[in-house]
Design a protein around this ligand. Structure first.
Ligand code: ATP
Ligand code: IP8
Length: 280
């Protein structure tokens, strides 16, 4: 199988104002599309893009309890189905906006919704839409997936985060690198708005999955997928499962570092966070 150059997560925190319902950061989205255009121009044509929900989806999912599905209510609940539909309308709206911006920058981008093909059991992925992603890539298009609702065999539905999707994509495609672009410069020693928070340049993942140095994190009340702690877990899992052969980098969307991370897989000191595997 031809190599995938980059799996790129466009964070919902960077693409939207995450605390204001369905509010796009139009300038950041343009920046993201310009970045993908540069990657394409530099020969990185086999990229998979996944974006998060930000303020499109998390509010509706929280209000209707989509993440816990029927585990917290009756299996025959029409409100749950209605909430799932509203959540999907919101995330697919953002997917349309992201894909539209990419296409207007000349990228052959195609939006792909995970709902219906990706399935879970107790929130664990048991079926993926990988074949579709591969076909789309092999035909010369740039797949644009997104965090979505999923049908769940045990609890009717759940929320499938873009971060979780990326973990599966990394395992199946073994890309040259995985890059997460967010609204802050990388991973901090504690929440970035906390006094004394320091950007962590490098996180070493031990054989048992522990991180050195450890970090403290916080999450917004309406975030239904755990915020940055899920991203950390995803990064740890990718690095552990690939024994460090897939570098994971986290940096700010609106930055020069983002381009360097995607093109070279490297970041200078103070530009972001790089995950590596501890050799035993
Ligand atoms: P989405 O899930 O909507 O796609 P995202 O992937 O862009 O969002 P979040 O899950 O919202 O990103 O995580 C980024 C946010 O996490 C930042 O806005 C930051 O304020 C917050 N955060 C909390 N603790 C930390 C930490 N220790 N290091 C970095 N960011 C942190
Ligand atoms: O923002 C969440 O995806 P994420 C998807 O990538 C929904 O965690 C539907 C809220």
């Amino acid at each position: 199988m031809a190599t995938v150059d980059c799996v790129l997560k466009l964070g919902g925190s960077a693409l939207t104002h995450k605390s204001q319902l369905e509010t796009l950061r139009a300038e950041s989205l343009r920046g993201a599309a310009a970045l993908v255009h540069k990657l394409h121009g530099a020969g990185q044509r086999r990229c998979i893009i996944v974006h998060g929900a930000g303020s499109f989806g998390h509010f509706q999912a929280k209000e209707h309890g989509i993440a816990s599905g029927t585990s917290a209510r009756s299996a025959d609940d029409d409100n749950l189905r209605c909430g799932l539909c509203l959540t999907r309308l919101s995330v697919t709206k953002l997917n349309h906006l992201v894909t539209e911006e990419l296409v207007s920058h000349g990228i052959p981008a195609v939006g792909i919704s995970p709902f219906g093909t990706w399935k879970t059991s107790c929130k664990n992925v048991i079926q993926t839409g990988i074949d579709t992603v591969k076909d789309v890539l092999d035909s010369g298009y740039v797949p644009v997936l997104h965090g979505d609702c999923a049908l769940d065999s045990e609890q009717h539905c759940c929320i499938l985060s873009g971060d979780k999707i990326i973990e599966v994509l990394a395992k199946k495609f073994s890309p040259r690198r995985v890059v997460f672009l967010t609204d802050v410069s990388g991973i901090y020693s504690c929440p970035p708005d906390t006094p004394g928070a320091r950007l962590v340049d490098s996180i070493v993942v031990g054989p048992d999955g522990n991180m050195e140095p450890p970090v403290l994190s916080s999450v917004l009340p309406h975030d239904t997928t755990g915020g940055v702690s899920l991203k950390l877990q995803t990064a740890v899992n990718i690095v552990s499962q690939s024994h460090g052969t897939i570098p994971v980098l986290i940096c700010k969307l609106d930055s020069e570092a983002a381009e360097r991370a995607c093109l070279t897989g490297e970041l200078k000191e103070g530009e972001g966070t790089t995950f590596s595997f501890a050799e035993s």
